[in-house]
Design a protein around this ligand. Structure first.
Ligand SMILES: C[S@@+](CC[C@H](N)C(=O)[O-])C[C@H]1O[C@@H](n2cnc3c(N)ncnc32)[C@H](O)[C@@H]1O
Length: 238
């Protein structure tokens, strides 16, 4: 991830989408932000940092070492199931592609932890992979435990004390290509599961990034009917 997240079309396209979402749905004043499951630190040191002071938490020490290489300093090695952070100490929790992992045994417990560390009316911005039936070899490589539908995300957020303000699928335009890729993986199984993170050749990488990024205004303002990710913006109820 560290090697590709500043160049790979998926990361760059998602960064463009998320920038527009944040601009549309999150206040412009400096916020206290928790990047829950921060990985190797790209989001927390770029577009999240544009909105305030970001604290990153990840289960794996190696991930935090990479965050430090990106000059992140507010870091904690901990599980989202048991955050070593004071209650009501954040305005925004961002959690991108974390709750679906095997490392999160109980996503409701994690969401309740996010609610605990948020101030009243604090916000959560959540991204998760869509549809269990779309599982592929990438999922095997990255420890996917489950994939989600919009209605499942809505139900989980509501059960953990959030009101859903915006809920949509994303990465819709490239959905047919992903479907073909997943079906071909099933027809010609490989001995070893491969991740989708290898970098396509230059012009193709640029084209895929441009297609994904072009969805940004749609994702921020409308509910897209299908896509490869689910994105939700919730607000902590009092
Ligand atoms: C697919 S990566 C996403 C990283 C980052 N949010 C991003 O968008 O690039 C999932 C991250 O979740 C972390 N993770 C998995 N289980 C966790 C847990 N229980 N608590 C905290 N982090 C966890 C992994 O270590 C990994 O860095």
């Amino acid at each position: 991830m560290y090697q590709v997240e500043t160049r790979h079309w998926w990361y760059l396209g998602m960064a463009a989408l998320t920038r527009v979402l944040l601009k549309r749905w999150v206040s412009s004043s400096p916020l206290r932000i928790l990047d829950a499951g921060c990985g190797t630190g790209s989001a927390m040191t770029t577009y999240l940092a544009e909105h305030g002071k970001v604290t990153g938490v990840d289960l794996y020490p190696q991930a935090l070492t990479y965050c430090q290489r990106r000059k992140a300093s507010r870091l904690a090695c901990a599980s989202v199931l048991d955050l070593p952070l004071a209650s009501a100490s954040f305005d925004l929790v961002a959690t991108f592609d974390v709750l679906y992992e095997r490392g999160v045994s109980d996503e409701l417990k994690a969401l309740r932890e996010f609610s605990r560390v948020l101030v009243p009316h604090g916000k959560i911005l959540l991204r998760l992979p869509a549809y269990d039936w779309l599982r592929g070899s990438h999922d095997a490589r990255v420890h996917t435990q489950r994939r989600y539908t919009k209605s499942r995300v809505k139900s989980l957020l509501e059960q953990s004390g959030f009101r859903v303000e915006h809920l949509t699928y994303a990465n819709m335009l490239l959905f047919p290509l992903a479907l073909i890729k997943r079906l071909s993986e099933r027809l010609t199984p490989q001995a070893e599961a491969k991740s989708d993170l290898s970098l396509p050749v230059g012009p193709l990488n640029g084209l895929l990034k441009a297609i994904l990024a072009s969805e940004a205004p749609l994702v921020a303002n409308f509910e897209l009917p299908y896509g490869l990710s689910v994105i939700a913006l919730g607000r902590k109820e009092e």
